[in-house]
Design a protein around this ligand. Structure first.
Ligand code: HEC
Ligand SMILES: [Cu+2]
Length: 458
């Protein structure tokens, strides 16, 4: 059985009332385990000297009093800054304490020293103002540069939305149209102390975030429930995940490899069980991974076909016949009724000025709905379905619309009035007019904003 800590805690939460000493023992073991790994691997590297006695067991091997080996320009700056400031602090420490201890010793009372009188010495005042000022400048300059670089998430080559959940991470490859959850994969037996702890104890997940090397990755960090924080030290990213807000950060990994981090904001009882794993692959391997993930989700071929646009000109009869089915299947009939007379607050389509008028307002209404009313957006329908249902309501009952809309009118309306860049027409690609509309709908199911957001990946 590959029970994970996660499942255990889910179960234990449900059985919370059946408290037992086993649970306490478990917690104690767990705390010890955490001490030896989290402290060993993170705090120790952060230079928390007090953590040293706790860094026992498997972590002892890579015990080091420092930050993690940086793997991005920003992480490198943080690292250098850390070293620089530590050195400055050490020099000041030695200087100040050196003078102090020397003075205590050399000018001690038993030797009969009299205190010197420095009152209103301009020289001394200038010196003790200017020197700290220069030291501060020397620290502020690289620090400001590092902070500005950290915040500069402009012109990313790809964007991943990271969502914190109690207690797992969600990664959405928003321009690729898929996402997944990433949960702890450490076996429960290791956590319970029944099995030797693995190398990446509590720092391993089922589905790591995968990114290509040398690519500017922007992460949009948010949370679904409580505060979390997405922290990958080697990549120089630590960003609070705040429900209701989207914050961004970025990194460009220098070398392929696997980089691990934790949630860095106390987020509940399983806070320590939502590690972060980022797998940095070469560009070729990343493309392979991406293709496989898309294939797995049925996005591979469909996505390629999605840029094929249905530009066929349908006859009114073709559209009306298909539209009658859509009117039923999309649920229009439930509100506007089969006789088009509507009911209650649902307006009649029969005789409607809008329906009998020019096509653009009707296209806009069908794509966007009317906010605040029961008339929802129908943009999840394919362009052909929409053109057909528009033709149907325009030709039924007493309506006699003349401004017929073709599927391509909807395609353009979704994309701000023009065809999506790089789109092929169905005539050019030779695909059948039957298959293309469905695929178009798939790609466009998020409407125009998605097209506008799109930036090609390198
Ligand atoms: C859940 C109920 C509901 C469904 C389903 C629904 N509508 Fe509507 N529709 C409304 C309401 C309510 C309005 C009035 C909105 C307003 O206040 O302007 C409306 C307005 C309209 C109008 C504008 C009428 C006018 O004269 O202003 C059209 C056209 C229309 N709907 C078409 C459709 C089509 C086509 C479908 C199916 C694809 C559909 N509706 C599905 C509730 C619905
Ligand atoms: Cu968390």
């Amino acid at each position: 059985m590959n029970a994970t800590a996660h499942q255990y805690f889910r179960a234990s939460a449900r059985a919370a009332h059946s408290f037992s000493w086993d649970h306490v023992k478990f917690e104690q073991q767990h705390m010890k385990a955490r001490a030896s790994t989290i402290y060993g691997r993170f705090l120790s590297r952060l230079g928390v000297v007090a953590g040293a006695p706790l860094a026992a067991g498997p972590a002892a091997a890579d015990w080091a009093i420092n930050l993690q080996q940086p793997n991005s320009a920003v992480a490198q700056q943080m690292y250098d800054l850390h070293i620089l400031i530590t050195i400055i602090c050490a020099v000041i420490f030695c200087g100040v304490f050196g003078v102090m201890f020397y003075s205590l010793y050399a000018h001690r009372k038993s030797k009969g020293h009299k205190a010197a009188n420095f009152h209103e010495s301009t020289t001394v005042e200038v010196i003790w103002t200017v020197i700290p000022f220069l030291i501060l400048l020397g620290m502020a300059f690289p620090a400001t540069k590092a902070v500005l670089d950290m915040r500069d998430s402009s012109a990313p080559e790809m964007t991943v939305k990271v969502t914190g959940y109690q207690w797992k991470w969600g990664y959405d490859y928003i321009h690729e149209g898929f996402g997944f959850m990433s949960t702890l994969s450490t076996p429960l037996a290791q956590i319970m102390g029944q099995e030797a702890k693995g190398e990446n104890y509590l720092l391993e997940v089922d589905n790591p975030m995968v990114v290509p090397v040398g690519t500017k990755v922007r992460v949009l960090v948010t949370a679904n429930d409580v505060l979390h924080a997405w922290w990958v030290p080697a990549l120089g990213v630590k960003q609070d995940a705040i429900p209701g807000f989207v914050r961004d950060a970025w990194f460009r990994a220098d070398r392929p490899g696997i980089y691990r981090g934790n949630c860095a904001e106390l987020c509940g009882k399983e806070h320590g069980y939502m590690p972060i794993v980022v797998e940095v692959k070469t560009k070729a391997d990343y493309d392979k991974w991406l293709a496989a993930e898309k294939e797995k989700r049925g996005l591979g071929k469909a996505a390629a076909a999605a840029t094929v646009i249905d530009d066929k000109v349908y006859t009114k009869e073709e559209l009306v016949a298909h539209g009658e089915q859509v009117y039923q299947s999309a649920g229009c009939v439930g509100c506007h009724q089969a006789n088009g007379k509507g009911a209650g607050s649902f307006p009649a389509l029969d005789g409607s000025k809008l329906v009998n008028g020019p096509k653009d307002p009707v296209i806009a209404l069908l794509l966007n709905g009317k906010p605040g009313t029961a008339m929802a957006s129908f943009k999840h329908l394919s362009d052909k379905d929409l053109a057909a249902v528009k033709a149907y309501i325009g030709a039924s009952w007493s309506n006699k619309v003349t401004d017929l809309a073709q599927p391509i009118d909807f395609t353009k309306a979704r994309n701000g009035g023009q065809l999506p860049a790089g789109a092929q027409t169905s005539a050019a690609s030779g695909s059948s007019s039957g298959a293309a509309p469905a695929a178009t709908a798939e790609a466009n199911s998020e409407g125009a904003p998605r097209q506008a957001l799109f930036r090609p990946r390198q």
